[in-house]
Design a protein around this ligand. Sequence first.
Ligand SMILES: [Zn+2]
Length: 270
Amino acid sequence: MPEGDTLFRMARTLQRAIGGQIVTRFETVLPKLARVDDDAPLAGRTIECVESEGKWLLMRFSGDLILLTHMLMSGSWHIYRPGERWQRGRQHMRIVIETPRMVAVAFNVPVAEFHTGDSLARRVGFNRLGPAVLGEDFDAESAVRNLLSQPGMEVGPALLKQNLLAGIGNEFKSEVCFGAGVNPFRTVGSLSVEDLRRLVAAARAMMTDNVLQRSAMRRTTRRAAPGENLWVYGRGGEPCRKCGEAIQARRHAVDARLTYWCPQCQPYGA
Ligand SMILES: [Zn+2]
């Protein structure tokens, strides 16, 4: 599943390609979107900006119209020059937004909705997002407070709860816990506020670093070589890069998602 950094890049790429331009053509196979386009056509509107919020992608058009999409497991947005061959088959196309210079195509997006500013603010699931880790005005203390509201939850699953803080996916979950030296199987309530601040700061630092670098390969170690780019994720049984102890992997009972950690650098009892 794309994590917040992937969505951030996707939004930035779209913004550079079509932001500020005028829509010349809109096409969709999704009946709900088509109805809105019939009533209040997209063509002629300006694409004011494209941005990500957690794992959501927002495309804001002039005249108070917002296209909200979520990629879930399978969706993606591509950018093409007019007439350029698409990398995916037409049967996967859900939305096409064309400007004089570029064509943006959404493939297999499972969630796509038009909103006004008001309806978006009321949209369940979206309006309950916690502070976005990659947001410009990221509020670390409110993320810490949100985590503290779930004292009985294990740290690993808590970091994935998008209503507590938005943008962390399964890979970063393990990396962030390692970066903060926190055992992912401890409960949130057993940690100090300082531990939680360290977790939130590690999330912000690692994910920001990932959107600033040029390569699309996710990395947290600051090493770009494949196989050296992550601390613990996907490295079960391999030696810890800091202490040499074998990295462990286990599923959480609550969500069955796999977490990797170093038992020495992230002791349960610390
Ligand atoms: Zn270690």
